[in-house]
Design a protein around this ligand. Structure first.
Ligand SMILES: Cc1cc2nc3c(=O)[nH]c(=O)nc-3n(C[C@H](O)[C@H](O)[C@H](O)COP(=O)(O)OP(=O)(O)OC[C@H]3O[C@@H](n4cnc5c(N)ncnc54)[C@H](O)[C@@H]3O)c2cc1C
Length: 390
C-alpha cells in the first residue's frame, strides 16, 4: 500500500535547507505568487540587463541561486554533492537558450561532452540533458518538420546538427550515461522526434541510453509512443521516454489561433492529466521495452506511478524508472521519494545569469499561473517554519 501522506513530511523535504534558506524560499515564493509583481519584475530585469545596469548581484542572490546551481558546471559541484547526501541525483542542465550561430552550438556541444566526462566519475550524475535547439537553429527544425526541402547550405547545417546529436549519444553510450533530450514547440518537434529516434536505433540496442520527451498536453502523443514502441520491437531497440505535461501551452494556443489551425493542446487540464497518467500506465506496463523518466511536480501522478510500480512488481531501485523535479521546486516530492528508496534526480540549470533569464522567467510565470503549485510550496514552507519554531 502506498502512503498518500508521504509528501507531507516537511522535515525530510527541507532537510538540506538552513533556517535562512528556508526564510529566503518563503520570501521568494511569496513574491512569485503575485502576478503583477512577476510582470513588473520581469520587464524591469530584462531592461536592466539590456542596459547593462548592475543587477546581476541582486538576481543571483534571489531567483538565480534558488533555481540554478551556478554560472559554471564547477559552481554546481557543491549543490550536486549536497543533494546526493540525501540520495537525490543531479542532471546538469546547461540552460542557455535562443542561440543562433555555429560557434554557440559548438560551444553547447563542448559543454555537454564535458558534463558527460564529468558524470563518468560521479555516481551522483547518472544522466545528462540537452535541448534540440541548443544544437541547431529552430528555423531548421521547423522547416524539416514542415517537410520543406533544405538549400545546400541548410543541408550542411542540418548535417552538423545530426553530428552534434551523434557525438553526445555516442560518448554517453561509451560512458554509460543516460541522455534526456528535451521536448519543445510542436511546430519543430517532428524533426527532433525523428532525429532522436535515429539515435535510439543507434545507441539503445541493449539498454536505453537516449530518451526523447513526450509532452502529455498534446492530445495525440500516446499514439506517437505506441507507434514508436511497435517500430522499436520490430527493429530491435529500447525506447527511452521522459514524460512531462508540457511547458509551452500559452505559446502553442496563441500560435494556433493566430495561424488558424486547431490547437494541438488538450482542451483542459483534466484531459492533459488523463493523457499523462495513461502514458505513465502504458510505459510501466511495458517496462521491458520502454524506460521512463517521470518529470513532474504533480503529487497525484507520483502516487499513481508508485502504485503502478507496486502493481507491476517493479522495484523502487529499478534503473528503468526515474522521478525528476526541477531544482528549487517540489523538494517535498524529491526528498521524500528518495528517502523511500526511489530513483530521483533534480534538473540543475546553470549558465551565465543573462542567458539563463528565459528559463528563470518561465519558472516565475509557471509558478504564478499555476497558482496551486505556489500555494502548495508556501504551505509546506510555512509548516516547516512552524515546526522549526522560526
Ligand atoms: C524534470 C523536468 C523536466 C522537464 N522537461 C520538459 C521538457 O523537456 N519540455 C517541456 O515542455 N516541459 C518540460 N518540463 C516542464 C513540464 O512540462 C511542466 O511545465 C511542469 O512540470 C508543470 O507540470 P506538472 O506535471 O509538474 O504539474 P501540474 O501543475 O499538474 O500541471 C501543469 C501543467 O498542466 C498543463 N495544463 C495546465 N492547464 C491546462 C489547461 N487548461 N489545459 C491543458 N493543459 C493544461 C500544462 O502543461 C501545465 O504546465 C519539465 C519538468 C520537469 C519537472
Amino acid at each position: 500500500m502506498i502512503d498518500h501522506s508521504l509528501f507531507e513530511n516537511t522535515d525530510t523535504a527541507f532537510i538540506l535547507k538552513s533556517d535562512s534558506e528556508l526564510e529566503r524560499a518563503y520570501f521568494l515564493f511569496k513574491m512569485i505568487s503575485s502576478q503583477p509583481l512577476v510582470r513588473i519584475g520581469t520587464a524591469a530585469t530584462n531592461f536592466a540587463l539590456k542596459a547593462k545596469l548592475p543587477v546581476e548581484g541582486l538576481i543571483r542572490s534571489t531567483v538565480f541561486d534558488h533555481f540554478c546551481g551556478g554560472v559554471s558546471e564547477d559552481d554546481c559541484l557543491s549543490v550536486i554533492d549536497n543533494l546526493f547526501t540525501e540520495k537525490v541525483s543531479s542532471v546538469l542542465d546547461y540552460s542557455v537558450e535562443g542561440k543562433e550561430t555555429k560557434d554557440q552550438f559548438d560551444n553547447a556541444l563542448k559543454k555537454i561532452l564535458k558534463i558527460i566526462r564529468f558524470c563518468d566519475k560521479k555516481e551522483a550524475m547518472p544522466i545528462v540533458v540537452f535541448k534540440p535547439t541548443g544544437f541547431g537553429r529552430f528555423h531548421l527544425f521547423q522547416k524539416k518538420t514542415k517537410g520543406v526541402d533544405f538549400t545546400p547550405d541548410e543541408q550542411e547545417e542540418w548535417d552538423r546538427i545530426v553530428g552534434r546529436f551523434d557525438a553526445v549519444c555516442k560518448l554517453a553510450k561509451e560512458k554509460d550515461v543516460e541522455v534526456l533530450i528535451d521536448g519543445e514547440e510542436s511546430w519543430m518537434q517532428t524533426a527532433a522526434d525523428d532525429l532522436v529516434e535515429e539515435m535510439m536505433r543507434r545507441y539503445n540496442k541493449e539498454v536505453p541510453i537516449v530518451y526523447n520527451t513526450l509532452q502529455a498536453y498534446r492530445s495525440n502523443r500516446l499514439d506517437y509512443l505506441k507507434q514508436l514502441h511497435i517500430r522499436a520491437k520490430k527493429i530491435g531497440f529500447k525506447v527511452g521516454m521522459k514524460i512531462v505535461r508540457g511547458a509551452y501551452m500559452e505559446k502553442e494556443r496563441k500560435r494556433a489561433e493566430e495561424k488558424g489551425y486547431a490547437s494541438p493542446i488538450c482542451e483542459n487540464k483534466k484531459a492533459t492529466d488523463d493523457n499523462f497518467n495513461a502514458t505513465l500506465s502504458y510505459i510501466l506496463e511495458n517496462l521491458k521495452d520502454i524506460s521512463i523518466f517521470i518529470g513532474t511536480h504533480n503529487e497525484d501522478s507520483c502516487y499513481l506511478a508508485m502504485e503502478l510500480m507496486e502493481k507491476y512488481k517493479i522495484t523502487k531501485q529499478d534503473n528503468n524508472v526515474w522521478f525528476g523535479q526541477l531544482y528549487g521546486m517540489s523538494d517535498h516530492i524529491s526528498f521524500n521519494l528518495a528517502a523511500s528508496g526511489y530513483n530521483v534526480a533534480k534538473y540543475i540549470p546553470f549558465g551565465p545569469v543573462k542567458d539563463v533569464m528565459p528559463y528563470l522567467i518561465r519558472r516565475a510565470e509557471e509558478n504564478t499561473s499555476v497558482a496551486g503549485q505556489t500555494n502548495r510550496e508556501l504551505a509546506l514552507l510555512k509548516t516547516e517554519k512552524k515546526r522549526r519554531k522560526l
